[in-house]
Write a protein that binds this ligand. Sequence first.
Ligand SMILES: *Cc1c(COP(=O)(O)O)cnc(C)c1O
Length: 383
Amino acid sequence: MNQHMRPEPVPFIDIAAQRRRLGKTIDEAVARVLAHCQFINGPEVTALEAALAKFSGARHVVSCASGTDALLMVLMAKQVGPGDAVLCPSFTFCATGEAVALTGATPVFVDVDEATFNIDAGSLTRGIATARHRGLKPRAVIPVDLFGQSADHDAIAAIAASEGLFVLDDAAQGFGASYQGRRLGTFGLATATSFFPAKPLGCFGDGGAIFTDDDGLAETLRSIRVHGQGADKYDNVRLGLTGRLDTIQAAVLIEKLKIFEDEIAARNAVAARYSRGLGNLVTVPRLAPGCTSVWAQYTIRLPQGVDRDGFAAALKAQGIPTAIYYTRSMHQQTAYRDFPVADGGLPVSERLSNDVISLPMHAYLDAPTQARIIEAVRGALSA
Ligand SMILES: *Cc1c(COP(=O)(O)O)cnc(C)c1O
């Protein structure tokens, strides 16, 4: 290679590769919607919900406009509001706590486990006590299946049951993963996921879904999705949203769901290659017993003393993009810093925000490209 030539850039997530694989099946799926013109609540929406129910094992699937709406709609259906506390990890995407705050309830941030990056049971228990001390009524916990790995759902269920909370699983990154052999979508009262394009199962815009076995909740969610509509569509019986998933996005997702299982296997192969190549250099992700991951991110921790910005710049010079999820935990962000945190503070979340970095990850990352990434990481660490 000419030394003046920049190395060819590697994509962080290769949505175009998947688009090529799906080829005309996806064009035809969209064309069918353009032909029937039922852009809202078309037949593809119902078909997708049935396919997602079959895939996850959940009794009801209510598709909706985004992962954030999925979280918000469940909290609205349960009438969570001012005076209530909802426990959630601080080391997550902002939408987890945002949905809580939008209802007028108080998010109470808890710490995560150093090995899995998922909610820490001890901190959850302390957070519930913190909420009570402040005169708040703990109503719910929102575990997050961060970076694609399922949280410790048995431990969370036990605490929730003894404290009288309901569980709303935020599987925006983890849909497709399983816990103790059961797919996410079947833990707690309800599960929310996102179909944002960069998520493991993404559409070509915004979208989301809610999974539940609760008949009454599913019915309420279907009402909230359309402005709180009642049996008579001109008598709205509660407050709701314009919360529907577009028919075109449902048509896209039906095609993508057909290859999702295969893509999950490919993502796991990519993760295994990274872990073999990098395990002796950095802290590579660890799966807890009984947990699987769909690898929404492959997130490493750099050894102490390594300058993260310098490391990212060295990789960038080799054409390799990185991303930092999350440079600030939620309790460290302007909009959220006045909300309570669990007693004892959130030292793990704060440490992770300082030393994590994510490498390119998608189902179409081939072995030679990955070898290049691993070499570049090696080089950046020895520089
Ligand atoms: C992406 C994401 C969401 C929100 O999903 P949107 O579809 O973007 O609204 C919620 N929680 C987590 C953990 C996410 O990663």
